[in-house]
Ligand binder design. Structure first.
Ligand code: ASP
Ligand code: MG
Length: 411
């Protein structure tokens, strides 16, 4: 017997037929003798509609009321899933976040989880009932409903798995696992049987959109075994197994590069000819941070005639705000010109194996050079190398790197 948290994303509960399919899957796990708790997202598209309602009424709406509105999508699916389970003879009941309770801080719209009391849910599971929990939501210190940020039901599921000391947290989605890269770009991408927390974290943060980044952080911290799998396989479970996200120690053959991710969500800014003296980086990045603009890659050129160029990347949607902030601070910064380029892509190769092996960056640079792709900015971490290139080369670069690191499936 195992204790399992099963989480179903928006496409997996998109209509009543999909919800019936979810109920059948849950029933199968229960019949195998497992204790199961279910976490559900809103039906696909519902949260977007609710967000738009708030924005259309008032762009500067009260964030507490925003949470009251957008959390409702999950309440609907929790209740419907419980009904679907009861219909096929599985005892079940729904839980809103506050009924558990799942307690968060008061950062409405992006609240962080403070604590979860697992006792009530465990009592239900031990009595043979399946709790169906509304993901994405909790209750704040002011006794008001909070939400965990977009994609937050992944985080609800992992946090619940930790609180219930579950053996596994199965995240059902519309892809059947984590791939070496996006199969839409590289048809010969392979599904990974296992991936290390650190790798998943890096991949999630650089554009692989399978799991909310925060949920991976939490899984890593709490050592929750997460499995990513599809709810779209046939009834025999043909999509199994998915990808297990596990501790690095569990992976025998550590690939040099586990996966390649890309992101077209960034923009590049070059601040030309700033004085090369202490305080200039602070004068540029201080105001950006005050304006909540997240800066990613940064390079500074060597100084010539005691001025230098500073190049960095930010989220593309932040570009207008960043431009305005830098223009407003031109006096303090003292640059000659601001160059902005939204037509860039960041390509990242990730793998825990590169901790102990040299040559990963070199392979990347040679493979890109062989295709005539110019590298604009480079950044590295212990297990990741990222480059910024022209957006038009995204597919070409991803394909070339996938081959260069020997990741193509043999057909
Ligand atoms: N329904 C929420 C969203 O769309 C939470 C989730 O699906 O994870 O962001
Ligand atoms: Mg999601």
């Amino acid at each position: 017997m195992a204790r399992i948290v099963m989480k179903f994303g928006g496409t997996s509960v998109a209509d009543l037929d999909r919800i019936r399919n979810v109920a059948a899957r849950v029933k199968r796990e229960v019949e195998l003798g497992n204790e199961v708790a279910v976490v559900v997202s809103a039906m696909s598209g519902v949260t977007n509609t609710l967000v738009k309602y708030c924005q259309d009424l008032s762009p500067l709406h009260d964030q507490r009321e925003y949470d009251a509105v957008v959390a409702t999508g999950e309440n609907v699916t929790a209740g419907l899933t419980a009904i679907a389970l009861q219909t096929i003879g599985v005892e079940a009941r729904s839980f809103a976040g506050w009924q558990i309770p799942l307690v968060t801080d008061d950062a409405h719209g992006k609240a962080r989880i403070d604590s979860i009391d697992g006792a009530v849910l465990i009592a239900h599971m031990q009595a043979g009932r399946v709790p169906v929990v509304a993901g994405f939501q909790g209750i704040g210190p002011d006794n008001r409903v909070t939400t965990l940020g977009r994609g937050g039901s992944d985080t609800s599921a992992v946090a619940l798995a930790a609180a219930l000391k579950a053996d596994r947290c199965d995240i059902y989605t519309d892809v059947d696992g984590v791939y070496t890269t996006d199969p839409r770009i590289v048809p010969r991408a392979r599904k990974l049987a296992k991936i290390a927390y650190e790798e998943m974290l890096e991949l999630a943060s650089v554009g692989a959109k399978v799991l909310q980044t925060r949920s991976v952080e939490l899984a890593m911290k709490e050592r929750v075994r997460v499995q990513v799998l599809s709810s779209f396989g046939d009834e025999t479970g043909a999509s199994l197994p998915g990808t297990m996200v596990v501790d690095e120690e569990e992976i025998m053959e550590k690939a040099l590069v586990a996966g390649i991710a890309y992101s077209r969500d960034e923009a590049k800014i070059t601040v030309r000819r700033v004085p090369d003296r202490p305080g200039i980086a602070a004068a540029i990045f201080g105001p950006l941070s005050d304006a909540n603009v997240n800066v990613d890659m940064i390079v500074q050129n060597v100084s010539a005639d005691s001025t230098t160029d500073l190049t960095f990347t930010i989220g593309r949607t932040d570009l207008p705000r960043a431009q305005a902030v830098l223009a407003a601070h031109r006096g303090e910064i003292g640059y000659s010109e601001l160059l902005c380029d939204p037509e860039v892509a960041k390509i990242s190769v990730v793998g825990v194996g590169m901790r102990s092996h040299a040559g990963v960056a070199r392979t990347m640079f040679s493979a890109l050079a062989a295709k005539g792709i110019n590298i604009q900015v480079i950044s590295t971490s212990e297990i990741k190398v990222s480059v910024l290139i022209g957006a038009e080369y995204t597919e070409l670069a991803v394909r070339a790197l996938h081959t260069a690191y020997g990741l193509d499936a043999v057909s």
